[in-house]
Design a binder for this molecule. Structure first.
Ligand code: ZN
Length: 154
């Protein structure tokens, strides 16, 4: 199996069996996002504790396999990180998906980087980049607890 096939397999697997689906118990922040070009919808729920550590994170949504897999992988990786680490990871991921060849974050382990790199295949397809980044932009908004809908288009 080559790298591309491995990546596709991980995306399909997460798309079919999303992790952290539903409302996390006792969430205290949330935000919604919408990608009109593809019809993807995501609602991200966060539970931050007093030390600003992500104790719980989950999502609800509907959309293509890329958007669901991205939300699933994201929630898996962000759980247990503190707010600063999470924001640094978000920035690193968005940089990688748009232009950087690799992830640079020191807050991610090698296996976590491999999971995120699965989504790097969308780089050459601007439409798909919006599917892959929707949940991440929505997570930024969830940290701010913003109530306006996050949209990939104006
Ligand atoms: Zn999509």
């Amino acid at each position: 199996m080559n790298l591309k096939e491995l990546y596709q397999e991980i995306i399909l697997e997460h798309g079919q069996n999303p992790r952290n689906l539903g409302k996390t118990d006792g969430f205290n922040k949330d935000a919604k996002g919408h990608n009109p070009l593809c019809g993807d919808n995501v609602h991200v729920f966060l539970k931050l504790n007093g030390q600003k550590i992500v104790e719980g994170i989950s999502f609800e949504g509907s959309g293509c396999a890329i958007s669901m897999a991205s939300a699933s992988i994201m929630t898996d990786l962000i759980k247990g990180k503190n707010e600063d680490e999470a924001k640094e990871i978000i920035e690193d991921f968005l940089g990688m998906i748009k232009k950087n060849p690799q992830l640079r974050s020191e807050n991610l382990g090698d296996d976590e980087k491999t999971k995120l790199m699965c989504l790097s295949g969308v780089k050459q397809y601007p439409m798909r980049v919006k599917c892959a980044t929707l949940s991440w932009h929505t997570l930024i908004s969830a940290f701010e607890n913003k109530k306006e809908l996050v949209k990939t288009e104006n």
